[in-house]
Design a protein around this ligand. Structure first.
Ligand code: G6P
Length: 463
């Protein structure tokens, strides 16, 4: 029995099964990992799902990291809940991603998947109920587990239950597409919590709007904003390890120098999962327009795009990844020369390369159509060595904190984005340095440990 519990779909560790039957563990990073490290590990537990065969095998063999409990949920139920509902319905709603002429479809297949989503949430609620000490604090994460607060409250009314949403929250208008009973169940699930956290006021207000004029349970749930930031010391230490130094040297070589002048070429850096909401394609279109309308930048700039595959079980994500690679290829074909490749795309989940790219970034491009926070926009200014100009879309949650010192773009306005890239590349070095300093200060205002402890304290405080 422990007094602090965290629940999320993806846990802090994952296992892969080798051909020889051996399991190897891979530890992940991220805000929640640093956040939870702020509490006594003997008295805390992280409940997460076994995501693949390696994880499931680890559960079967009884292998577990201290302080982590993986739930081995039936693979079909899991796939329907994770791919079928969380990533194909809830993610699409919260990010307003549907291509309306064809989607969404709420049919019998949806209803079956929704059953699985319930079962998957129930598995978490039951595990948490079994592990939590009297009056323990439970911090449930994200849209995968929206029903857990309600279910857990029924099982254990003594617990303090918090939920944090890392994505945007859908607008009330957009949510009207979903069947009424499903919306009701979703909101009731969330409102089982004592406390709901969001990254921005905007998402919190959307949640409250969605609850308006509905017949919902009469109990008190506090809705609050904790804008997750980055830990500057930790990030800079990671970015200055020897493998990153080596990668940086190689990247500098790849970027090279302008043939005519011998000047070091500038870099426009972006790092994302190949995620439909990240707007990578319009970013590439803007870069193409920049090269087209501002020929003075040809041979003087390189676009370093890390777009590592994500959720490849979903056809729309596979197609998106392929389109990103294709468009980057077209740009290279159209503008490249024997010694200048305009776009360098990496489709590997290569954190070392990303950190090296952060360090040399002259310009950072972060242009999501809609994003809960977007930590890349916060990480690059902290790590960049010579100061970087940030081109940031209004769709990113981070825009609320960073907008004043970024070059703001509408995510759909490709021409404006091209112009902003030009302004960013042309920004005088002292101005860039000044802005970067202010961006880094805003980005580190609420580092992960504090973000976590503040939520915990609020949850344990008077109701
Ligand atoms: C977003 C979500 C997280 C999720 C991450 C990666 O940031 O808010 O909950 O873990 O994307 O997505 P994945 O489906 O690979 O876990």
């Amino acid at each position: 029995m422990v007094s602090v519990l965290v629940a999320s779909n993806r846990g802090p560790v994952s296992y892969t099964l080798g051909d020889d039957g051996a399991l190897s563990a891979r530890r992940g990073g991220g805000g929640l990992v640093s956040g939870l490290s702020a509490v006594d590990s003997e008295d805390s537990l992280w409940v997460c799902a076994a995501l693949g065969d390696g994880d499931r095998e680890a559960v079967r063999r009884g292998i577990a990291e201290p302080g982590v409990r993986m739930l081995d949920i039936d693979p079909e139920v899991y796939a329907d809940a994770y791919n079928g509902i969380a990533n194909s319905v809830l993610w699409f709603l919260h990010h307003h991603l549907y291509a309306i002429p064809r989607e969404p479809v709420f049919d019998a297949a949806f209803r079956r998947r929704w059953e699985s989503y319930r079962a998957y949430n129930r598995a978490f609620a039951e595990a948490l109920a079994a592990e939590a000490a009297d009056g323990a604090a439970v911090l449930v994460q994200d849209y995968h587990l929206a029903l857990v607060p309600g279910m857990l409250r029924e099982l254990r009314p003594d617990l303090r239950i918090g939920h944090f949403t890392h994505t945007p929250w859908v607008s009330a208008d957009y949510l009207r597409m979903a069947p009424d009973d499903v919306v009701d169940e979703l909101l009731r699930g969330m409102l089982g919590a004592d406390q709901l956290g969001f990254h921005t006021e905007e998402w919190a207000e959307h949640f409250l709007d969605c609850c308006e004029d509905r017949d919902l349970p009469q109990r008190r749930t506090r809705v609050r904003v904790w804008a997750l930031g980055v830990d500057a010391d930790e990030l800079r230490a990671l970015a200055h390890r020897p493998p990153v130094d080596d990668r940086l040297a190689r990247l500098r070589d790849e970027i090279g120098e302008t043939a005519a002048t011998g000047e070091r070429r500038r870099s426009i850096v972006r790092v994302d999962r190949t995620e439909l909401s990240k707007n990578i394609l319009r970013g590439l279109l803007a870069y193409r327009e920049l090269l087209d309308t501002r020929p003075e930048w040809r041979d003087r700039v390189v676009h370093l795009a890390s777009a590592y595959p994500s959720r490849q079980d979903l056809e729309s994500y596979r197609a998106y990844t392929a389109s990103v690679i294709e468009l980057a290829g077209e740009i290279n074909e159209a503008y490249g020369t024997p010694d200048w490749q305009p776009v360098l795309v990496s489709v590997e989940d290569d954190f070392v390369r990303s950190l090296a790219a952060y360090r040399l970034a002259d310009v950072a491009l972060v242009n999501p159509v809609r994003d809960g926070m977007n930590l890349v926009a916060k990480e690059i200014p902290v790590v960049s060595e010579e100061g970087c100009a940030l081109v940031l879309s209004t769709g990113a949650g981070a825009h609320h904190e960073l907008g004043a010192d970024a070059l703001t773009v509408d995510p759909f306005d490709v021409s404006r984005t091209a112009e902003a890239l030009h302004e960013a590349l042309s920004m005088p070095a002292p101005e860039r340095a000044e802005r970067t300093k202010r961006l880094a200060a805003a980005a580190t205002a609420l580092p992960p440990q504090q973000w976590f402890l503040d939520q915990l304290e609020a949850l344990r405080g008077p109701a």
